[in-house]
Design a protein around this ligand. Structure first.
Ligand code: GLU
Length: 464
């Protein structure tokens, strides 16, 4: 059997991390088994679906590197087919026309509530002759669901879950206005797309029993189902806006790398021994549904940030430079010149060692783009005492005499410190303050070299 999975978001909102994790699991499962990963946009709720939301979802998936093997399928375009299947069920006597008016249905609900029963359709048109239909009323089509026995789901994550058929009423598959219902559309689409594994959030578990009844009525083979637990906030409550960034693209804004976010989301609710840092290739190699836990997981920003730092350190320097260049004007209000990329590239190995997010990386890179007079952080200002400035005055000509390579700068600094009877740090810290306006930067020799002779000496001159 060809393995085929799908991610089926409804474009009524943003792509949040729960959806992103569902997409990731579908993607990895398909890749692991040499199958295909597809996307279906479930846009049948025309009032609430927007094109903008579709774009945001597709952009989010693209950013995460979860690209499908075929262009996305739009559920709304399959409507004729949903209707066709509903009519086929009707023709086979597996479904029937229901002429209940909204008033009758409301009454049914209210009576059930008054008697403390769950609101359920009572099946009054199930065996009734359609010839007795009231004139001028358009019928809905309902599935003739089995009344005896039970529906059993062998879920690949939840295990065996059983529901008595008496608990499930005859659901509408085609509304009286001729539009298919969501539960019905999903079954038809999954069948037509030859989906072998339906991997989705466990909030869909109860839908699955009804969907199984449609598969059975059509005589279609069931896909395998895997319902994965939801992600909760650190406080254990269902994840919501108040837990901070919930849209995937907000994580991009906040300076997370897509690889780090995927790595984190994978580890949240899926385990493979102690392995924490996993490349995409390793993820594909190791991922399978038997490693998915049944308990809801908790979003932990500290862990995500830690993992992001690890991914930053391993990231390609040129890519980080491009990202920082794009962020600098917005985040730090500095303009970026042609020469800046080159300076950033030279210093990137040292800069990325010290940052956990792209925001931090950008902030610590900004000094390269600034011009004199620099602003000084209070701690940096405190280092620039009268003696320190005099010391920098004696150091400047020694630095100027080098070729500004890291090796010569390092040698010059060392011999200067020795001659002055100072520790290297006593020279480096005021110098760092003068060059960067802060107390933290990559190695001082690399910082000098990246800034270049003219700019470095000008910045020293400005504080002396
Ligand atoms: N469209 C549904 C949602 O966004 C998913 C349905 C499914 O995966 O079957 O929650």
């Amino acid at each position: 059997m060809k393995i085929r999975t799908r991610f089926a978001p409804s474009p009524t909102g943003l792509l949040h991390i729960g959806g992103a994790r569902t997409a990731l699991f579908n993607y990895l499962f398909a890749r692991h088994h040499g199958g295909e990963f597809l996307i279906r946009i479930e846009d049948t709720d025309k009032a609430r679906s927007t094109e903008e939301a579709v774009q945001v979802i597709l952009d989010g998936l693209d950013w995460l590197g979860l690209n499908p093997d075929a262009p996305p399928v739009f559920q709304s375009k399959q409507e004729a087919r949903h209707v066709e299947v509903a009519r086929a069920l009707l023709a086979q006597g597996r479904a029937y026309e229901c002429y209940c008016t909204p008033d009758e249905l409301r009454e049914m609900r209210e009576t059930a509530q008054a008697e403390g029963r769950p609101p359920r359709y009572d099946g009054r048109w199930r065996d009734r002759d359609p010839a007795s239909a009231p004139a001028g009323v358009k019928p809905a089509i309902r599935l003739k669901a089995p009344r005896e026995g039970e529906t059993v789901l062998e879920d690949l994550v939840q295990g065996t879950v059983t529901v008595a058929n008496s608990e499930l009423d005859d659901m509408i598959i085609l509304r009286s206005d001729g539009t298919p219902t969501y539960l019905h559309a999903v079954v038809v689409d999954d069948h037509d797309m030859a989906i072998s594994h339906v991997i989705r959030g466990d909030d869909h578990l109860t839908n699955t029993f009804r969907q199984i009844q449609i598969y059975n009525a059509m005589g279609w083979a069931l896909p395998k189902f895997a319902h994965i637990p939801l992600i909760h906030g650190a406080d254990g409550a269902k994840l919501s806006k108040r837990h901070g960034a919930v849209s995937i693209l907000e994580f991009r804004e906040q300076g997370f790398l897509p690889e780090a976010l995927c790595n984190y989301l994978l580890r949240l609710g899926w385990g493979h021994g102690d392995a924490e840092f996993l490349s995409r290739d390793e993820q594909v190699k190791l991922f399978d549904l038997d490693g998915v836990g049944r308990a809801a997981s908790r979003m932990d920003y500290a862990k995500l940030t830690h993992l992001n730092g690890m991914w930053l350190r391993g990231a390609d320097d040129a890519r980080l430079v491009a990202d920082v260049m794009a962020r600098l004007p917005v985040q730090c209000g500095v303009s970026v010149s042609d020469g800046l990329a080159d300076k950033l590239l030279r210093l990137m190995p040292g800069l990325k060692e010290r940052a956990k997010t792209l925001l931090e990386l950008t902030a610590s890179s900004a000094f390269l783009a600034r011009s004199i007079p620099l602003e000084f952080e209070p701690k940096a200002q405190a280092l620039l005492t009268v003696e320190a400035r005099a010391m920098l005055g004696r150091l400047a000509p020694k630095l100027a005499a080098t070729d500004f390579s890291v090796a010569e700068l390092d040698a010059a600094m060392r011999s200067f410190a020795e001659a002055e009877g100072l520790k290297l740090g006593q020279v480096a810290q005021p110098l760092r303050a003068a060059l960067t306006g802060s107390t933290m930067s990559p190695g001082i020799d690399a910082t000098l070299s990246a800034l270049g002779a003219a700019e470095s000496l000008a910045r020293i001159q400005a504080v002396i």
